[in-house]
Structure formats: C-alpha cells, structure tokens
Design a protein around this ligand. Structure first.
Ligand SMILES: C[S@@+](CC[C@H](N)C(=O)[O-])C[C@H]1O[C@@H](n2cnc3c(N)ncnc32)[C@H](O)[C@@H]1O
Length: 308
C-alpha cells in the first residue's frame, strides 16, 4: 500500500527550529566553550542536534535548555552539548598522499635526527583526534615501518573536546566505512573482524588489536585552552587536520598559538588540505620543502603578520 505524501507544511512542522535570538545565544555559548563558529546557515543543523539533548533531559524546549545550561547543575551538560554539535567525521588513512609524504620526507629523517641527538622519546599529537582513526593510522605506519620496535620510544597522544569521541577512540571498534582505506595486510594483521551475517558476510565491526591500541593514549581537552595544551608537553609532530575549518580567525589564531607553543623548534604541524591558515603565518608558516605533507613550521617569535 502506498503512503500518502506528506505536505511540505506537515514535514516542516516536525523539524525543530531555533528563533534567530535563540540561535545567536546557542552559537555564542558554543563558541565560548569550543571556538567552533556556527553561521546562521547552520541553524537547522544546530536545532536538530540540540533537540536531542532537550528530549534526553525531558525539557519543554530550547529556551528551557538554554536556561538549564546557565545554572550550576547545568555545567556538566556543557560537555554533552559539545558531544552533540561537534563533527567527528574521520577514517583511517585519510588523505593518503599527505601521509605518504609525511612518512617518506619527514618521519623517517626526524626519528633518525632524534636518535642522533640521543633523544629517547618521539612524541606525536593528534589534535582533534575524534574516534582515534588518525592516531591509530600513525601507530600502524610506525609498526609497518619497523620503527615501533626500534630504540626510540614513541608517545602517541590524541586530544579531543568531545567526551564521546574519546570514549570511541578508547574502545577502538570501527565500522567498514572507517577502515576502508586500511591496506588489506594491515587490516588482517591488526584488526579482529566480527558481526558478518549469512546474508551479508562482510564484517560489520573491526576491533583494533591491543598491540596497536596500547601505543596510543587519548584524553578529553580543549585546544583553545592554553593551560590544557601546555600540560600536554612538547611534540615533534602535531597532526591538526580538519579541525580549523570549523573555526573563525580569532579561534584559529588561539589554536595555532597553542600548537606552536607545544611544537619542538624543529618539529612540524601537519594541517588538513582544506584548512586556510594564511593569516596565522606569523605563528606557523608553510614549509615549501614539505608542501606535499602540508607541513608547517614555527615562525620566529615576534614576527608581525605583515612581515611574515
Ligand atoms: C572532523 S574531526 C577531524 C578528525 C581527524 N583529525 C581527521 O582529520 O580525520 C574534528 C574533531 O575536532 C574536535 N574539536 C573541535 N573543537 C575542538 C577543540 N576546541 N578542542 C579539541 N578538539 C576539538 C571535534 O570534536 C572533532 O572530533
């Protein structure tokens, strides 16, 4: 039996909608908590995500939720709001040309340089780590290259503002979508497949084996917060991919300054290919020798934007 088509009015009446005033208040709160800037074009997206929390708490509507967020008891809810509104899209071996260039032109020689300097530990940060796919990809690369078994001790740390993303990273169980770019030999060796059915024999879940998981550590943290990033220590390499695209210039500047403060003097920050940080070149600038790796290096402190 065919169902009667719903009139557009009936459809729209089910779609949660924020008034302009409420949109501005939620957007301002989210910006203050995370640095993420929502433009008015994203009002429907925000409404539908926030609506999930309104329902979970059994509140009467957006206004009641906003009021709750402003109360002392509502403080813990801030993290759950951030869980809802962050975009956690990620997958293993994302943007392979960059990873290949990183491996061939940066990683191997920087690890050798650290050995020559008698520095026993090599530290890599995934900033905006989401469910861990990026950091575990680096761990798989280190294993595959035989570097993980060498004299250098690797510390791989992932940070994300979303608690639920950090939980997923720690659980390290992935869908087909997330592992689709993992080379088959690495998939067989380092993941345990489960969940295929007779009708659909492909695995539904891929659990990363402990030998890779234990190479990585994840924690919740806000990259806008200089105290939080300073506590992470110094890194040889920082991956910051597909994070700044959600930020305005002021937030980009804060995060870029925090990343630069964590970066070893001869270290590299690798940005995503659609990130535009040209206005932060007085803090970090593109290294022309490593353009394929989208690698940035520290600018001499005190350089002005105009002269950078
Ligand atoms: C689109 S994912 C990118 C994941 C991974 N870097 C990649 O490129 O595949 C962006 C992540 O940044 C996180 N994020 C957003 N704002 C943040 C902030 N202020 N501090 C830390 N993480 C943040 C989000 O929660 C999300 O998981």
């Amino acid at each position: 039996m065919a169902f009667p088509a719903l009139a557009p009015a009936a459809l729209s009446s089910h779609r949660p909608q924020l008034s302009d005033a409420l949109f501005r208040q939620f957007a301002a709160l989210i910006y203050r908590l995370s640095g993420i800037r929502f433009e008015t074009a994203k009002s429907y997206f925000l409404a539908s995500r926030i609506n999930t929390r309104v329902h979970a708490l059994g509140l009467g509507g957006f206004q009641a939720y906003l009021a709750y967020l402003g109360t002392p008891q509502g403080k813990a809810e801030h993290a759950l709001l951030i869980n809802e509104i962050t975009i956690n899209e990620t997958f293993f071996f994302r943007h392979q040309p960059q990873l290949q260039a990183f491996q061939n032109d940066i990683l191997i020689s920087l690890v050798a340089a650290r050995r020559a300097q008698n520095q026993p530990t090599f530290r890599i940060l995934s900033a905006g780590a989401s469910s861990g796919d990026e950091l575990y990809t680096i761990a798989l690369m280190l294993k595959n290259l035989g570097l993980a078994a060498g004299a250098t001790r690797f510390e791989l740390i992932g940070v994300d503002i979303s608690q639920s993303a950090v939980q997923k990273a720690n659980a390290a169980v992935y869908r087909n979508y997330n592992v689709r770019n993992v080379p088959p030999a690495l998939l067989r060796q380092y993941f345990t497949a489960s969940g295929g059915t007779q009708a659909s024999p492909g695995a539904r879940a891929w659990a990363l084996k402990p030998e890779i998981r234990k190479m990585c550590r994840f924690q919740q943290g806000n990259l806008m917060d200089a105290a939080c990033t300073a506590a992470l220590g110094t890194f040889d390499i920082i991956f910051c991919r597909n994070l700044l695209i959600y930020f305005d210039e002021a937030s980009k500047q804060q995060v870029t300054a925090n990343l630069a403060a964590m970066l070893a003097n001869d270290g590299f920050v690798l940005f995503g290919h659609s990130e535009n940080i040209a206005n932060q070149r007085h803090i970090l600038h593109a290294d022309p020798a490593h353009a394929a790796a989208i690698a940035y290096v520290k600018t001499t402190p005190g350089t002005s934007l105009a002269s950078a």
